[in-house]
Write a new protein. Structure first.
Ligand code: F6P
Length: 195
């Protein structure tokens, strides 16, 4: 059976500053993760004649993939991070101060809350559907390098998590989640490559 590997991009400069959205490059730690990820893929998939690397169209995922040389890369716009609309580029603290109603509305119902001129988790869950269909059709391993909200949605689908849990699933940086269909249903393994 073909495994699916899910990982967030390496830490970005906005992750360091606590800013959401944007199209930043990687921090020094994020660059280090890109090297470790390539090494992991090289070793873990060395006996695979075919595999593919799927990224979003945001540069932090392409940069994270760039040391992986042996497999083709595919960019998906539907893998781009949740659109935070008017809050794009802000920190959670800034949203709390300048838009307290938005902050508390999201806190009260993170699944359904839609950022003004942006998206909700429900929107994202719907948006990633074509990627899920394609992932299920694959006969060889896929490494998906994407973003927190996107990976929560993909993970929840494959691991059969209830909708209400999706916005709260732990998908830490610098960790690869391997999902595989096993005899007893879906199996997962996590590889924490660095802090
Ligand atoms: O902070 C990184 C990030 O990917 C943001 O770009 C995005 O808005 C956020 O995570 C999604 O996580 P949450 O839904 O918990 O705010």
């Amino acid at each position: 059976p073909r495994p699916i590997f899910l990982t967030r991009h390496g830490e970005s400069e906005d992750n360091v500053r606590g800013r959401i959205g944007g199209d930043p490059v990687l921090s020094e730690a994020g660059e280090k993760y890109a090297l470790k990820l390539a090494d992991f893929v090289h070793k873990r998939l060395k006996n695979e004649s075919a595999a593919s690397i799927w990224t979003s169209t945001l540069q932090r995922t392409g940069i994270t993939a760039r040391h992986i040389e042996e497999f083709p890369k595919v960019q998906w716009r539907v893998l781009d991070e949740i659109n935070a609309g008017v809050c794009d580029g802000m920190t959670y603290e800034e949203i709390k101060q300048h838009m307290p109603e938005e902050y508390s509305a999201r806190k009260a119902d993170k699944l359904r809350y839609r950022y003004p001129r942006g998206e909700s988790y429900l929107d994202v869950i719907q948006r990633v559907e074509p990627v899920i269909v394609e992932l299920e059709r694959q006969r060889s391993p896929v490494v998906v390098i994407a973003h927190q909200a996107i990976l929560r949605s993909l993970y929840a689908y494959f691991m059969d998590k209830p909708l209400k849990e999706v916005p709260h699933i732990q998908v830490p940086l610098h960790t690869i989640i391997e999902i595989q269909m096993g005899v007893a249903g879906m199996q997962e393994k996590r590889y924490k490559l660095m802090e």
